[in-house]
Design a protein around this ligand. Structure first.
Ligand code: HEM
Length: 493
């Protein structure tokens, strides 16, 4: 009897050690149960819970979600060290990143030579296209003018931002990718936006099996198809690929190898050279996914920052007034900014940086994965653990920021009023290291040109008797999107 009891205890202990206990050496955090991970019993948002965990565990902690062990980095130096190293350079093997092909293509979700090749190519394209008086700069200026015109139409009314904001941002990417800009009512644009919306909608539920892969073995196929809407996703995938394929075909038919017009031309010209590397897939599907990555990466993010900026300016009218004074002084009416004007617009730069800091829009960034067993912050990080940086926590850390909760553009200026430094310690709105934002230079140009064009002609204020919410949309811990809400636009005379 005693022997059986002892054996039973030993068995339970081994079971616990093997399956239930967090392996020693890993960062502290929430471990939970095998297969399902840690399910919190709380009404708090994920962001609030991550704040609590930061207080409880420190700058590096983990949370097992389903079968995925997610490690969160809350310290700037730790994040910079991790993301500058090749140990964490890859994206996880999630369906979110490779849902078109088994091997992830494009740039945002791909790895190894595929990623290196596409990243290098895209950066070169962006650099060549975005310089001086290029077509891309002209496109940003044109779209900023369109936006101002559209916003004037709702002057005096309390309304959310119009759809034109989406279109103007999307048009800048279309200029870069396909050398064209669409009118707000162009049927081709409307079709493109419809497909993108469907694709977005189908991607969210579709990520669940990445965290709970076992459900695909135990639940009947028809049930999974119904819940995760695989049919809807397949349809949206097919439609977006066909949309880009026909764009690529049109480019191929009119290609002049000596005069590339845009990124599609550039890719078609380089296609033959890249074909030589057996590790790199270089075809119309890869190009389509690369284009999609640029729309997904550069659309909602740039739009979100402009909306956040208008909310902060409506909330802090004194900041808005100072920004308008500077813009009026530097850019005569009817003149739009170029990158060369940046140096003469230090206060505008300060406001944009403070908006990037306070909003921390891409909060948990895009996930990385440990490519090999390694070590970070004194802990063991086995291959396969998912790594996220927590930008919002770093952007509010008193170690880096004096009065971090306050909106203070002045913190970016020196005593002579000159803009200090966009690469401040503790600041990483575009990520850091080898996989940092590919479109940062374009985004910075867009923010400068759009914001100055808006300030030349318009003012933002809150609806009478109402406050503007400066909290992000709830329920999306990864992106701190601004809540869509009413704002009043006034035309400046
Ligand atoms: C204000 C606007 C933007 C913000 C705040 C932003 C922020 C970010 C962040 C935080 C990342 C993740 C970095 C990481 O994985 O560690 C990222 C990646 C990326 N962004 Fe942006 N982004 C913006 C605009 C753009 C634009 C305009 C484009 C292109 C048109 C773009 C394209 C991309 C791509 C392709 C990646 C993936 C890079 C890779 O995996 O190598 N982004 N961005």
């Amino acid at each position: 009897m005693i022997a059986e009891l002892v054996l039973g205890i030993v068995f339970l202990f081994l079971l616990w050690r093997t399956f239930f206990r967090k392996p020693p050496g890993l960062p502290p955090g929430r471990w939970g149960l095998p297969l399902i991970g840690y399910i919190p019993l709380t009404m708090k948002t994920v962001e609030e819970q991550l704040h609590d965990m930061h207080k409880q565990y420190g700058d590096i902690f983990l949370w097992r979600m389903g079968t995925q062990v997610m490690v969160f980095l809350n310290d700037y130096k730790l994040t910079r060290a991790a993301f500058s190293s090749t140990d964490f350079i890859n994206r996880p093997d999630w369906t979110l990143f490779n849902f078109f092909e088994e091997k992830a293509l494009g740039v945002a979700g791909s790895n190894d030579s595929q990623w290196k090749n596409n990243r290098r190519f895209s950066l070169r394209q962006l650099r060549d296209m975005g310089m001086g008086k290029s077509k891309l700069v002209a496109a940003v200026q044109t779209q900023a003018t369109v936006l101002v015109k559209e916003l004037k139409k709702q002057a005096g009314e309390a309304k959310p931002f119009p759809h034109a904001l989406n279109v103007t941002i999307v048009n800048v990417i279309w200029q870069m990718v396909g050398g064209q800009q669409f009118d707000l009512t162009d049927p081709k644009l409307i079709e493109f936006e419809r497909i993108m919306k469907d694709l977005f909608a189908s991607m969210v539920p579709f990520s669940v099996p990445d965290f709970l892969p076992w459900i695909t073995y135990i639940l009947p196929k028809y049930f999974l198809n119904h819940v995760f809407q695989y049919g809807f996703l397949e349809d949206a995938k097919e439609r977006i690929l066909q949309f880009f394929f026909s764009e690529i075909e049109e480019h191929r038919a009119t290609l002049d190898r000596d005069n590339p017009r845009d990124l599609i031309d550039g890719y078609l010209i380089e296609m033959d050279e890249k074909q030589v590397d057996p590790d790199v897939t270089c075809n119309d599907t890869d190009l389509s996914i690369l284009i999609l990555d640029l729309f997904l990466g550069g659309g909602e993010s740039t739009k979100g920052i402009l909306v956040w900026m208008s909310y902060y300016l409506a909330t802090y009218p004194e900041v808005q007034r100072r920004m308008q004074e500077e813009v009026d002084e530097v850019l005569p009416k009817g003149t739009l900014a170029t990158l060369e004007d940046r140096i003469r617009l230090p206060y505008t730069e300060a406001v944009l940086h403070e908006v990037l800091r306070k909003s921390s829009l891409v909060n948990l960034g895009v996930q990385h994965v440990a490519v090999r067993d390694t070590e970070l912050g004194g802990y063991i990080i086995p291959k396969g653990l998912i790594i996220s940086s927590a930008a919002e926590t770093m952007h509010h850390n008193p170690h880096y920021w004096d009065r971090p909760d306050e909106f203070l553009p002045e913190r970016w200026l020196d005593h002579e009023g000159k803009f200090t430094n966009s690469k401040k310690e503790g600041f990483l709105p575009f990520g850091v290291g080898k996989r940092s934002c590919l479109g940062e230079s374009l985004a910075r140009m867009e923010l400068l040109i759009f914001s100055t064009a808006l300030m030349q002609s318009l003012s933002f204020s809150h609806p009478p008797g109402k406050k503007i919410h400066l909290r992000p949309e709830p329920n999306n811990p990864f992106f701190r999107n601004p809540q869509m809400q009413d704002i009043v636009i006034t035309v400046r005379h």
